[in-house]
Write a protein that binds this ligand. Structure first.
Ligand SMILES: [Zn+2]
Length: 252
């Protein structure tokens, strides 16, 4: 999945100066990780160390962090699977003042980035295509393991590419402490399409969600999601040029 590094890169450098926004960006994955590593009490303790005044009490997440994420509900920290988060369910659950709070906006940004990237990367159907192709192979479970490994190292390779493309991105102490962000220097990607990551990252970081009408941003991103199974980078880029926000030089 897009890791901490991708998520930070896909957020506006100015907005990233706001610590609560950054904590919001990290929270869907960070709290999940805290819970799986340290249990509920440990997660609460860890959360309280990074908590700013803009951030809700841990109680806010307590039932959600224990829920299993799945594709048929809006449960868990991603309001569904991280590859298909129910962004609207999250946003609609917020009060008017929460919708203006940098932490909740950062959290939204994480879910939007997951949704947008996963939709175009279309990884699950690539994997099921592979499974279908090899369904009669008696080593199918071994073969699938290898494919998942490839996908995993794709993300480590993506981290290296993010690092060289966006040198402004700095990992935070709480992420460094997890020691989960790895780097592999290799351009050969099996499942992740770097051009898609790059286009979406460039677009997302152009927008500073802390000084924009978020509802319009959500509408725009929803209108950019793939239609009729067209996941091509050409179509994506064509849609991105229609952006109301992206009056940009590339790589801002
Ligand atoms: Zn995520």
């Amino acid at each position: 999945m897009p890791g901490y590094y991708v998520h930070l890169a896909a957020s506006n450098p100015l907005a990233r100066k706001n610590r609560s926004f950054v904590c919001g960006i990290e929270s869907p994955d960070l709290l999940k990780k805290y819970y799986s590593s340290y249990g509920l009490d440990g997660a609460r303790e860890k959360y309280n160390i990074i908590k700013t005044n803009d951030m809700p009490d841990f109680l806010y997440f307590e039932s959600r962090v224990q829920q299993r994420e799945n594709n048929l509900s809006s449960n868990g920290m991603h309001y569904g699977w991280s590859s298909n988060p129910n962004v609207i369910c999250y946003w609609d659950s917020l009060t008017k003042s929460e919708k203006q709070n940098p932490f909740y906006i950062g959290y939204l940004w994480h879910l939007l980035t997951d949704l947008f990237m996963y939709k175009y990367l279309n990884i699950e159907s690539k994997l099921s295509g592979f499974a279908e192709q090899h369904k009669d192979d008696k080593n199918i479970s071994e073969l699938m393991k290898t494919e998942y490994k490839k996908l995993h190292s794709d993300w480590d390779k993506t981290n290296s590419k993010i690092k060289s493309t966006y040198p402004d991105v700095v990992l935070t102490p709480e992420v460094l402490e997890l020691d989960v962000v790895k780097f592999i220097n290799d351009d050969q990607l099996a499942y992740v399409d770097w051009n898609i990551i790059k286009s979406i990252t460039d677009y997302m970081r152009t927008i500073n969600p802390l000084d924009q009408d978020i509802n319009k941003i959500i509408d725009e991103i929803m209108s950019f999601l793939p239609e009729q199974n067209d996941y091509s980078i050409g179509t994506l880029n064509k849609k991105l040029t229609l952006s109301k926000y992206k009056k940009i030089k590339r790589g801002v």
